[in-house]
Write a protein that binds this ligand. Structure first.
Ligand code: ATP
Length: 205
C-alpha cells in the first residue's frame, strides 16, 4: 500500500525525459512511494491547442515507465468530459485512496505564477500539497501574488515546496517539430516511446 503519492498531470504529447527526470527528482526529495502520471484530456490553459489522440498519449506514458516501479499511469482525466481541472482530479484521487494517503501535485516553475487563476485554487491547496519543480535560474513569484489567491499561510507553504530539479532542456514542442523534420529523437524520449511514435506515424504533419 502506497502512503505518499505524487500526481503528475500534463499533456505528455509526447512524454519525454524532462518529465521523467524531474518527477523522479521530486519523488526522491519527498520520499514518495509512487508517482502517477495523468495525461490530461484538455488542459484548461491549452484549450486552443490540438492534442494527439488521448489513447496514444496514454500508451506512450505507459511505455515510458513500464520498467520503473516508482511510476504508474492513470486515465482518470481522459475518461472525464469537459476541461481537466486539477481540483476535480485530486478530489477523485482522494476519494479513491482514502484520507490517510498523502498526496502531492507536481507543477513546473513556469506554472506557479499562474496558480492563482486555477479553478477553486484556495480549496485545492488545502486538499493537496502542491510541489513546484524548479530549475536553476528560476525566480519565485512575489508572495503577495500567491497570498491574494490562497492566503498568507498557504502561499508560504507553496514557496517552501519549490524543489530544485536539474535543468533538462527538452520540450514536447521540440520533439514534435524534430519528428516533423525527420530528425532523430533518441535520448529525448525513452526508446519505447520513440518506436511508438514511428510505428503510429505520430507528429508527421
Ligand atoms: P509542450 O512543449 O507541448 O508545451 P511540455 O514539454 O512542456 O509540452 P507538458 O506535458 O505540457 O510538456 O508538461 C507537463 C509538465 O511538465 C509541466 O508542468 C511542465 O512544466 C513540465 N515539464 C515539461 N518539460 C520539462 C522539462 N524538460 N523538465 C522539467 N519539467 C518539464
Amino acid at each position: 500500500m502506497s502512503h505518499r503519492i505524487g500526481l503528475y498531470g500534463g499533456s505528455f504529447d509526447p512524454i519525454h525525459f524532462g518529465h521523467l527526470i524531474s518527477a523522479r527528482g521530486i519523488a526522491e526529495q519527498l520520499g514518495l512511494d509512487r508517482v502517477v502520471l495523468i495525461p490530461s484530456a484538455r488542459p484548461p490553459h491549452k484549450q486552443s491547442v490540438s492534442l494527439t489522440d488521448p489513447a496514444h498519449r496514454l500508451a506512450m506514458a505507459a511505455l515510458a515507465v513500464e520498467a520503473d516501479p516508482l511510476f504508474g499511469v492513470s486515465d482518470l482525466e481522459l475518461r472525464r468530459h469537459g476541461p481537466s481541472y486539477t481540483f476535480d482530479t485530486v478530489t477523485e484521487f482522494r476519494n479513491m485512496m482514502g484520507p490517510d494517503v498523502e498526496l502531492a501535485w507536481f507543477i513546473g516553475g513556469d506554472t506557479l505564477p499562474e496558480l492563482p487563476t486555477w479553478y477553486r485554487v484556495a480549496e485545492l491547496v488545502k486538499i493537496v500539497r502542491i510541489v513546484t519543480a524548479v530549475r536553476p535560474g528560476w525566480s519565485p513569484p512575489p508572495i503577495g501574488h500567491l497570498a491574494a489567491a490562497v492566503g498568507e499561510q498557504s502561499a508560504m507553504q507553496l514557496l517552501a515546496d519549490c524543489l530544485r530539479t536539474p535543468a533538462i532542456d527538452i520540450s514536447a514542442t521540440d520533439i514534435r517539430s524534430r519528428v516533423r523534420a525527420g530528425k532523430p529523437i533518441r535520448y529525448l524520449v525513452p526508446d519505447g516511446v520513440a518506436s511508438y511514435i514511428m510505428k503510429h506515424a505520430l507528429y508527421r504533419t
